[in-house]
Design a protein around this ligand. Structure first.
Ligand code: ADP
Ligand code: GLC
Length: 480
């Protein structure tokens, strides 16, 4: 039995701020259970729902030295849908209303978490063959494995994988502070290790020290070797390109299933969507106070409201787009200027625009089910899950051709009648609007072609099956 430990900062259903949580929560379920014992370890945040906290069982605790600090490490566990989850408890570090706060504080929190994960392994009697680390929060684990945890039999030969879900977030601060909070010596702060210009960089450490590096789509794996997408680490990505692989994400096919989803108004399948899907649209129109009109094209957006998601393109032409016969339903939180921009258009075009500036699992499912199209004009997108969820519900994505969006959405070709959505290439508001208007034309004037495309989008398999096999291959290569 091969033993793998996922280490991450978030994971569904316990805590989620974005797609990272979806991946860490859904992928471990999909490995071949006869060959791989995959477990997951995350922090136990005080802001987790009581429903989950009350089910966690205390395992053990100890005190851990980290530089001059001595900290409590509690370990809890819980089995959920056949996977074993561990939670690291420390009420000083994992307090607060959300998993993340300011960077300096997060850096200390995740240095603690990374060291606690490694220190906890003998206590839970689980010696993984591979620790699979996700994003900068766990970037120090590969470093510690080669540092203070390289001595003694227990950790000898434990391999690590660093998966990059978003290169934008690297965990960067001045070197002296990082040395202090991470407990690492001068040796680690040269340009070939954690030093990045005159700062210390967690993700860089993870990428340098991990045995393998992966990211969440093939296109993003190529893009990050270039200065535009490389976020200052493109040189390192090129240097490590032999060990860099792109494996596209999947989604949880049980949770996102239009035939059984309990959160939506009317279940439907690819055989009956022509009649049934629209009932979700009219239900949502009623719920959100939009004009109730089954024929009007409804466009959805469910997203963190940040620059990454291409929202400045939308801001630029939103007024113009609102002149068309379309409705927009937005769900998201993030930068204030985008929140206010959508609130403004909701106020201005109340019967056709609904801005929901909060987080809601339930409304997100309703939007995926109800809309005709889904807009995602990202500046960069390592993979993107929302477009996959949309397609599963027969909602056609309109995307920019970058990262995982390029790899997962096949653009409509009206001559060959192929495609599962619409796409445009340049980061340009009018190019996006042109594509949106083309989609409107197909929706209103070529309904049969539109519906064929819906059928195709719903038939594509974006479950974890193929990608989980690719991770298994990677584990096999590393373990030998
Ligand atoms: P990212 O990880 O960059 O935020 P992804 O497309 O990979 O983007 O994943 C986003 C996930 O977060 C999806 O599951 C999406 O439905 C969810 N999501 C984003 N914003 C909200 C929100 N306000 N309410 C509910 N779900 C949201
Ligand atoms: C990141 C990326 C997103 C990806 C997700 C899960 O948050 O922004 O594109 O889908 O991680 O891998």
């Amino acid at each position: 039995m091969k033993k793998i430990l996922f280490a991450a900062s978030e994971c569904v259903p316990f805590i989620k701020t974005g797609g990272l949580a979806d991946v860490v929560g859904s992928l471990p379920k999909c490995f071949d259970k006869k060959k791989y014992d995959v477990r997951v370890i995350i922090p136990k945040y005080m802001c987790m729902d009581e429903k989950w906290k009350s089910q966690m069982k205390y395992v053990n605790h100890f005190y851990m030295d980290l530089c001059w600090r001595r900290q409590y490490v509690g370990i809890l566990e819980m089995e959920y849908e056949g996977v074993k989850f561990y939670f690291i408890d420390n009420e000083y570090y994992f307090a607060g209303p959300s998993p993340y706060s300011d960077v300096r504080y997060d850096l200390e929190k995740f240095a603690f978490f990374s060291r606690a994960v490694l220190s906890a392994l003998p206590v839970i009697d689980f010696r993984p063959d591979i620790i699979h680390c996700h994003d900068y929060h766990t970037g120090l684990i590969p470093v510690y494995l080669k540092d203070s945890f390289s001595v003694g039999d227990f950790y000898k030969g434990v391999k690590s994988i660093m998966t990059i879900h978003n290169l934008k977030f690297q965990g960067v601060w001045d070197i002296d502070t990082i040395k202090d909070i991470a407990g690492l010596s001068d040796y680690y702060f040269t340009s070939d290790k954690l030093k990045d210009y005159d700062t210390g960089n967690y993700l860089k450490g993870g990428i340098v020290y991990a045995d393998m590096v992966t990211t969440v789509s093939s296109t993003y794996a190529e893009e990050i070797k270039t200065p535009f997408y490389g976020e200052g680490l493109d040189g390192l990505m090129r240097a490590r390109s032999n060990c860099l692989r792109g494996i596209v994400n999947g989604i949880d096919y049980d949770e996102y299933n239009p035939e059984t989803d309990k959160l939506i108004a009317k279940n439907f399948s690819k055989d009956n969507f022509r009649k049934e899907k629209v009932k979700n649209k009219t239900a949502l129109q009623k719920e959100l106070g939009l004009e109730v009109n089954p024929k009007k094209m409804m466009i959805g957006l469910v997203s963190r409201l940040t620059d990454q998601k291409g929202l400045d393109l939308i801001a630029y032409v939103m007024d113009e787009m609102c002149q068309d016969a379309v409705q927009f339903v937005i769900l998201g939180t993030g930068e204030e200027r985008y929140e206010n921009m959508f609130r403004h258009f909701d106020w201005k075009y109340g019967k056709d625009v609904s801005a929901n500036i909060y987080y809601s699992e339930e409304l997100s499912h309703k939007i995926y089910a109800a809309c005709d199209a889904f807009i995602m004009p990202s500046l960069f997108e390592p993979c993107g899950l929302s477009q996959l969820m949309s397609m599963r519900y027969g909602t056609l994505p309109i995307v920019r051709e970058t990262g995982g969006l390029k790899d997962t959405v096949q653009p409509y070709n009206e001559y060959e009648n192929t495609g599962t959505g619409f796409s445009f290439s340049n980061y340009n508001a009018h190019e996006m609007m042109g594509t949106l208007r083309y989609a409107e034309h197909i929706f209103y004037d070529k309904k049969r072609d539109w519906n064929k495309m819906v059928e195709r989008a719903m038939a594509v398999d974006y479950s974890w099956k193929t990608s989980a096999e690719k991770y298994q291959q990677l584990y096999d290569e590393l373990i030998g």
